[in-house]
Design a protein. Structure first.
Lengths: 359, 75
């Protein structure tokens, strides 16, 4: 019971770090274009994160039950996964690299589950057809369709989408005065930043909701929650489902993390990658948030970071290919490729170490 | 105008090489986890290394994209 509470605390710590690590996704462009002051932007993002986090559970279910065999998931597995995700996120935040918290979480979960199953690869749900018992409709489920394919397709969609939207905007505003462009898109960017923050809450807060649901479900199944005092009975989860208390607490913690702000990554996205004006920020945010919204509705845990970073890159290429810092862009993409293997290995090592400690 | 076309050309080449490297690295890692050191894995690793080397030669050693740029700060 005490161990479950430690695990839930670790999940909240990950959620908080996710908030400030990924705050840049929503506000980097709006701060760099000086449409909003950093403090006002962070407060707005925190509020929209909160609303977005309460708006759906499709991704939470995928992360919690669709990627690894839950029979091998224990509280120790989840703690190892969380510790790996926290370490990787702190390392990339310190390096100023906008990497995906979702992939850190998923890589950690897969590595820890693999160690938990004694190296049996079948513990990872690679690809399977899932049939809905109520409607009879079938869907493609597992790591390949829900994580690996979006990992390749969402950056390409962001790059192409950002490029197309920016090019269209250039055609629309070519006869406008610079003053009119800045004023119009300065206002529109407030909406697009809010939309992006909502999309971040909608996609990212759900991932940790799924993990908490998985932790309480695993603890209930193993009999750890048999004799709970009445005030803790809400922890009892005989079936895998996302309770309201999980939704509200995750949304709140992520909002707090976003409020703290992660200025290192904000500098990378908002200044170093491409120098932006309001029209560029608007195009990048509108593209990124649309990708998140479409993918989220299909239950795909698409990375918020990948969506917005590649949208900014697409906007940079449309502005002028020379305006993008290509070396930085390549460094960021390599960090993305390494995220799942690195957190997988870290979680594997953490699980081995924790298992010795617990036993 | 010629410079602009050349710059855009090298940008497109760099993006395509980047996408090929990213996809190749993900496919290589996936195949390594799924199949171990199989023939498919080795092909994917060699292919990724090939595109990475081309990218390094063009953009790090010869700096073709920077040479095509008339000036750095264009708005």
């Amino acid at each position: 019971m005490l161990f479950l509470l430690i695990v839930i605390l670790a999940v909240y710590a990950f959620e908080y770090i996710n908030g400030f690590h990924d705050a840049a996704n929503a506000i980097a462009t709006v701060v760099s274009t000086k449409v909003m002051t950093p403090r006002v932007a962070v407060i707005m993002a925190a509020a929209f994160n909160l609303v977005g986090a309460l708006s759906g559970t499709a991704v939470a279910k995928t992360v919690g039950a669709g990627l690894v065999d839950t029979n091998y998931v224990t509280s120790v597995t989840i703690l190892a996964a969380m510790l790996a995700g926290i370490c990787w996120n702190l390392f990339t935040w310190w390096s100023g690299l906008p990497t995906s918290s979702s992939h850190a979480l998923i890589g950690g979960l897969c590595g820890a589950a693999l160690a938990s199953a004694g190296g049996k690869w079948s513990v990872i749900k690679w690809s399977a057809t899932k049939v809905d018992v109520h409607t009879g409709s079938s869907s493609w489920d597992g790591l390949l369709p829900k994580v690996i394919l979006p990992m390749v397709t969402s950056p390409i969609a962001g790059l192409i989408g950002g490029f197309i939207i920016m090019s269209l905007l250039y055609i629309i505003v070519q006869k406008w005065t610079p003053w009119a462009v800045n004023k119009t898109f300065g206002k529109l960017q407030i909406f697009s930043a809010g939309y992006m923050a909502w999309g971040h809450g909608f996609a990212d807060a759900q991932k940790t909701m799924g993990i908490i649901a998985l932790a309480t479900f695993a603890a209930t199944r193993s009999g750890q929650l048999e004799h709970l005092p009445p005030f803790l009975s809400f922890l009892h989860t005989p079936n895998f489902e996302i309770h309201l208390w999980i939704k509200i607490s995750c949304a709140f913690v992520m909002g707090l993390g976003t409020w703290a702000g992660g200025w290192r990554i904000i500098r990378t996205l908002g200044h170093k990658l491409v120098q932006m004006k309001p029209v560029h920020g608007f195009a990048a945010e509108a593209t990124g948030a649309t990708i998140l919204l479409v993918a989220g509705n299909f239950g795909m845990p698409v990375s918020t970071t990948h969506a917005i970073t590649t949208s900014i890159m697409g906007v940079g290429v449309a502005k002028h290919p020379g305006s993008l810092d290509w070396t930085l862009a390549e460094r960021i993409v390599w960090a993305w490729v390494l995220t799942i293997p690195a957190t997988g290995v870290l979680a594997y090592v953490f699980l081995r170490a924790l298992s010795h400690l617990v036993s | 105008m010629v410079t602009r076309v050349v710059t855009v050309f090298w940008a497109i080449v760099r993006i395509i090489l980047g996408i090929l490297q990213m996809t190749g690295a993900i496919v290589s890692a996936t195949l390594l986890f799924r199949l171990g050191l199989a023939r498919e894995t080795i092909i994917a690793v060699v292919g990724t290394a090939f595109f990475t080397i081309i990218s390094l030669v063009l953009f790090k050693w010869f700096k073709v994209q920077e040479r095509a740029l008339p000036q750095k700060s264009i708005t």
